[in-house]
Design a protein around this ligand. Structure first.
Ligand code: NAD
Ligand code: GLY
Length: 359
């Protein structure tokens, strides 16, 4: 098992990464000195596969867990789901020392994290991420929340988990399209911070796609280390944390104009990262050879790298970028690469350059 620490003073925690970890959930929670009652929040796809193991491990360690299943998919990240869960927590008499276990992908983790942040003004919270995206990104760093009709993640909090337990075996049942989508975030870490990781992915991506245990453990741990380092320096996104959004400005807008139906998040940010690389070339000195390597790596991962947009769609996309919650004073700011492994944030880009990157 590998352990990555997220050092945040009295809110510090460990990310534990390895195989067969679900059976250790109970004993790992014991170390946290939490109360006896807890709720395992999961969804209707993950629950039937993994909640039995999670619940028995918790019971064997002396906890009294209740399981709450929510629908699978982005629609579960809503205030309606939160409301229904509050009632169930109250019925099970969860108290201040009780805790919530989020067993699932980023949807369950974000929603259950917000539930934990707000119920009784905050109870303990353990992340058990079961998608690659959740293991390398959403379960780490404390961004929790739900969507509104007006947009994604508009209600939320910064609320750190007490522990993140990444059982790599859970990825065996993950649909391949979801696995590839998670790889888009892994490649992102190479571009923003680690040229060695990027080179390793260029060589070892096929092994990763076949879920090679050693490769997977290395890549998940390295991704978590990079995210932990950024979060340690800038937990509340005053500055540096923006680099985690490389390729997300265009990616989020693409998700929004396609009503969150056409692309998975990882697919949209794959297109967004390739476009951001072209913008980086045009105004930030990234070499064409590096743009080509970036595009080739996303393609090898089986991710889309380009989008064909009509004039009307391009106008919609540019407008959607301005609605992103990270826009300040109406100004869209980009994260751009100087080279693979080195990026800068807060950069203004003319509309014509953005348009050119999409064609
Ligand atoms: P998801 O949670 O919807 O999971 C994808 C699908 O896979 C779902 O149908 C789920 O039921 C299923 N699934 C999950 N684990 C499985 C497994 N092991 N076997 C079989 N099926 C499994 O999607 P996601 O990609 O994990 O997360 C996306 C969400 O994460 C979005 O809401 C996004 O906003 C959020 N996110 C948050 C952060 C953050 O910092 N908090 C960062 C990135 C993304
Ligand atoms: N996924 C972006 C962040 O955690 O800041």
């Amino acid at each position: 098992m590998r352990t990555v620490k997220v050092p945040l003073g009295d809110r510090s925690y460990s990310i534990k990464i390895g195989n067969s970890l679900l059976s250790r959930l109970g004993s790992e929670c014991r170390r946290l000195k939490l109360g006896t009652r807890c709720a395992v929040i999961t969804d209707r796809k993950v629950g039937p596969i993994y909640s039995k193991a999670a619940m028995s491990s918790l019971r064997e360690a002396g906890f009294e867990p209740v399981e709450i299943r929510v629908p699978a998919g982005e629609t579960a990240k809503s205030l309606g789901t939160i409301h229904a869960c509050y009632d169930k927590l109250a019925r099970h008499r969860l108290e201040r020392s009780s805790f919530i276990v989020a067993l699932g992908g980023g949807v369950v983790g974000d929603m259950a994290g917000f539930l934990a942040a707000s119920y009784l003004r905050g109870i303990g919270f353990v992340q058990v991420p079961t998608t690659l995206l959740a293991q390398v990104d959403s379960s780490v760093g404390g961004k929790v929340g739900v969507n509104l009709k007006a947009g994604k993640n508009l209600v939320g909090a910064f609320y750190q988990p007490r522990l993140v337990l990444c059982d790599l075996d859970t990825l065996k049942t993950l649909p391949k399209r979801e696995l590839r989508a998670g790889l888009a975030e892994v490649i992102k870490y190479g571009i923003i911070d680690d040229a060695t990781l990027f080179r390793r992915l260029e060589r070892r991506l096929p092994a990763l796609l076949k879920l090679d245990a050693g490769e997977l453990a290395h890549v998940v741990a390295r991704s978590c280390q990079i995210k932990a380092k950024v979060v340690e320096e800038d937990e509340r996104e005053g500055g540096l944390r923006a680099i985690l959004n490389y390729g997300h400005t265009i990616g989020h807008a693409l998700e929004a104009i396609s009503q969150y139906g056409k692309y998975l998040h990882g697919e949209a940010i794959s297109i967004g990262q390739v476009a951001a690389s072209k913008i980086s070339r045009d105004q930030h000195g990234l070499g064409q050879a590096e743009v080509d390597r970036i595009e080739a790596l996303f393609a090898t991962a089986g991710l889309p790298t380009q989008v064909t947009l009509s004039k009307k769609e391009t106008t919609k996309l540019l407008a959607a970028m301005k609605l992103d919650k990270k826009v300040s004073g109406g100004q869209v700011k980009f994260v751009l690469a100087k080279s693979i492994g080195r990026v800068e944030f807060g950069i203004e880009v003319p509309q014509a350059t953005i348009k050119a990157s999409l064609h």
